[in-house]
Design a protein around this ligand. Sequence first.
Ligand SMILES: [Fe+2]
Length: 156
Amino acid sequence: MKANIGINEKNSLAVATILNKLLADEHVLYVKLRNYHWNIEGSNFMEMHKFYETQYGAIGEEIDEVAERIRKIGHYAEGRMKDFLKLTNLNEGNYTNDQRKQLQSLLYDHETIIREIRKNIPVVEDKYKDIGSSDFLTGLMKEHEKWAWMIRSYLG
Ligand SMILES: [Fe+2]
């Protein structure tokens, strides 16, 4: 059944495409965080092990919100790993248990997502007339800004 919420089909599909790309990025980041949570080594192992766990827990919840936002505007969420890997802007990268390399990779990913969202907010609001999604994206961007700040603080 079509969503009759005052956004035309062409516009809601364009927003859903933006959101599905973001959903792919969030999944790559989520899996990377679990990888690092498992494989981190060093004298502050437990701190980083927990920091990554807290972060993937939060990203897991964001993933659900992004997917459900796509459904709210009347479209389907991508749900296969191969689709996520095709759509994502991020790189999974090589295995590393080096804390600094892990944090640099995570910071790069968060900042990539932040720039992508920031670029899309006015497009979603002004061009596609979806203020619900632009509001949602603003909140999500702020979450990533928080994680980027925390990671940057470790990197000094
Ligand atoms: Fe665990």
